[in-house]
Ligand binder design. Structure first.
Ligand code: KIV
Length: 270
């Protein structure tokens, strides 16, 4: 089982791989492929649960998925994404919510969508033994403030502020930093400045690692952001399998002899 220290050691040698997963079979596939980090992202809200955004995801909801993923994983580091307002409002609640992901659900770390409000909280969590992955750039829990999902760090002032916040989170003890939807030259600069690994999504090639949403990467999602890439077309495979099933049942070719059995001892019932 890799630790947050292994991840730090890998950075600089080899790119870190990270994908989301929300259930046990997917987590098994991702883990067997040798992915370093599995993020149980709050993207579960819009990717799996049918919400428009990640805002409605609850602590109980994410806990359910973190448990399923942790039970299936042998090797990858499992990171639980803390949902909107489950951290940063009240310190005790924040610590208890994050602690629950480790104590009860088997995660090894949490991710916090970060800002100036998470620097002290990151330090406190780390002191208590909860490893924290920070997240700067586009933080989708702010969708209502942004009015969408715009690229971040696009002017000098915003870029400098992001660099400062990255350094503050490293100093607070975060073990890595996700950079989402930021210019690649800014991500490169932040990566160069930090000792902890950066993991990019829509942040160009110079981060220490890359992360994508599983459903986008394998081609289940109907829509994917411009910075993502479909490495397969699993949706087409699923559609074909479901069509075949419907045809087989409707044409009464399933179930056939191979998928049924007769019990001789029940002959008397006829
Ligand atoms: O929730 C999520 O899937 C994420 C990744 C996109 C980094 O936060």
């Amino acid at each position: 089982m890799p630790t947050v220290r292994d991840l730090r050691a890998k950075a600089g040698d080899e790119p870190i791989t990270m994908l989301t997963a929300y259930d046990a079979p997917t987590a098994e596939i991702v883990d067997d492929a040798g992915v370093d980090v599995i993020l149980v992202g709050d993207s579960v809200g819009n990717v799996v649960l049918g919400h428009e955004t990640t805002v409605p995801v609850t602590v109980d909801g994410i806990a359910h998925h973190v448990g399923a993923v942790s039970r299936a994983v042998d090797d990858a580091l499992v990171v639980a994404d803390m949902p909107f307002l489950s951290f940063g409002v009240d310190e005790t609640d924040s610590l208890e919510n994050a602690g629950r992901m480790l104590k009860e659900e088997g995660a090894q770390a949490v991710k916090l969508e970060s800002g100036s409000h998470t620097v002290d909280l990151t330090e406190k969590m780390v002191q208590l033994g909860i490893p924290v992955m920070a997240h700067l750039g586009l933080t989708p829990q702010h969708v209502n403030q942004y009015g969408g999902y715009p690229r971040q760090g696009t002017d000098q002032e915003a870029a400098e502020r992001m660099l400062e916040l990255a350094i503050e989170h490293e100093e607070a003890g975060a073990f890595s930093l996700v950079l989402e939807h930021v210019p690649s030259n800014l991500a490169a600069r932040i990566t160069e400045e930090l000792d902890i690994p950066t993991v990019g999504i829509g942040a160009g090639p110079d981060c220490d690692g890359q992360v994508l949403v599983f459903d986008d990467a394998v081609g289940i999602s109907e829509w994917t952001p411009s910075f993502s890439k479909q490495f397969g077309n699993v949706r087409e495979e699923m559609e074909a399998a479901v069509d075949d099933y419907v045809s087989a049942v409707e044409s009464e070719t399933f179930p056939g002899d191979a998928h049924s059995y007769e019990e001789r001892d029940l002959e008397d019932i006829y």
